[in-house]
Design a protein around this ligand. Sequence first.
Ligand SMILES: Cc1cc2nc3c(=O)[nH]c(=O)nc-3n(C[C@H](O)[C@H](O)[C@H](O)COP(=O)(O)OP(=O)(O)OC[C@H]3O[C@@H](n4cnc5c(N)ncnc54)[C@H](O)[C@@H]3O)c2cc1C
Length: 425
Amino acid sequence: MTERTEVVIVGAGGGGAVLGLALARKGVSTVVLEQAAGPPGGLRGEILQPNGQQVLDRLGLLGQLPPDATKSVRLFHFCRVGGNRLCTVDYDLLPPPYNRAIVTLPNVAHHTILQALESRAPGALRYGVQFRGLLREGRRVVGVEAECGNKSLTISAKLVVGADGAFSKVREALGIPARLHLYGEAYLIAILESPDELEDARYFVGRRTIFGLFPAAGRKVYLFYMIPAGSMPAVKTAGLDALRTNWLRIDPSLEKTSQSLVDWDQTAYMPAARVRTARWVTEGAALIGDAAHAMNPHASQGRMQAMADAMTLADLISSCRERGDWSAEALASYERSRRPQVEMLQRLADEQVLFWNTGNPLLACLRDRVFRTLDRNQRLRYRVLATTAGLRTVAPFGLIDRLMAAGFLRDPHADRLSAETSDER
Ligand SMILES: Cc1cc2nc3c(=O)[nH]c(=O)nc-3n(C[C@H](O)[C@H](O)[C@H](O)COP(=O)(O)OP(=O)(O)OC[C@H]3O[C@@H](n4cnc5c(N)ncnc54)[C@H](O)[C@@H]3O)c2cc1C
């Protein structure tokens, strides 16, 4: 039997769950198919940037995040391995009320979104269902085939949305060419206990090293440690002592915190991939989030961009519905409005990673000069902050700014914020 709905979303991750909820709030009949048996439970580091906070606010959820599971962080200190501070970025420069980063305990924001979806549209979210293929009429996509246990499921829809992550099967079935790049660097994430209540985040850069430390609620702290892709078995073989010793070399003040690492269960391995696709929309179908544009986690924007895609597409779906037009042409404005920011962030994150952990002494010297200039230059620092916060769609620096950041040109407006903030305030 064929089930009918207006929109079918494959994947209830960062993008799919938000899209499902946004559509439920608009009264659009939607089915969200998720292959996992239930909401995710694993360890992940999560920072809600200001643009993600705006999305949650629009969905009425920002104020519902449990206070004992969230921590607002204003100051991010960038340091050399060993501890020398290079630059401090203060989120308080951003327009209130989103003038902070929010660090959440694992999956807290995602669970809040999933719960809201289930209460708004009971039965719309189906766990344990795997996408198998597309239904087509000529060139037009008109639904999906899926599998739940041993049962097949056929769902016809006006629009199919692939929100199924970097290795998207929907993208493959749509025949959309994609360049998938697996980074040589991956990340070990850990959640530890801190003896003191930390307020500020610290980020360490150095030869082949990137190490982030983010305060979370309840005196917890997330560690974000770059390791070679595929090297987790070797890291485990070397043992917890070796890992703690490495961390202390990077941040000597971690002595007590690192003692709370006693089990590999406190850690998780996260590979990183980048996806570039020729197009995000076809006749009757669209891709959102990592399926369309996975990016290096250093942008701290992957999930935020998936959420932003979802909100933009949800608004467009309302007008497609009114006009009864689900063509690629009608959907194209979603891609046009989202692509510039996403591509800019993909480039920026790659550039940051290249410089931050460079082994080349000249590049390392240039990187440190840029950080030190940013520490003194409020205008350029604001640009970088607003970009990471997801509030800018264009790159933070043009050529002249780059020369100023590297210290080759003087910036006569280094103390001026007024022109910079007009876009975001
Ligand atoms: C180390 C690391 C740190 C990160 N830190 C941050 C951060 O601080 N801030 C941030 O914004 N982003 C961060 N990200 C990125 C973020 O996790 C992703 O960009 C985001 O989750 C993308 O959302 P999505 O919905 O596109 O995909 P996902 O969240 O990957 O969701 C895809 C969903 O589709 C489901 N699915 C897949 N295939 C099928 C199928 N065939 N049938 C049914 N369901 C299917 C999956 O089970 C999954 O639930 C980080 C990523 C990494 C690797």
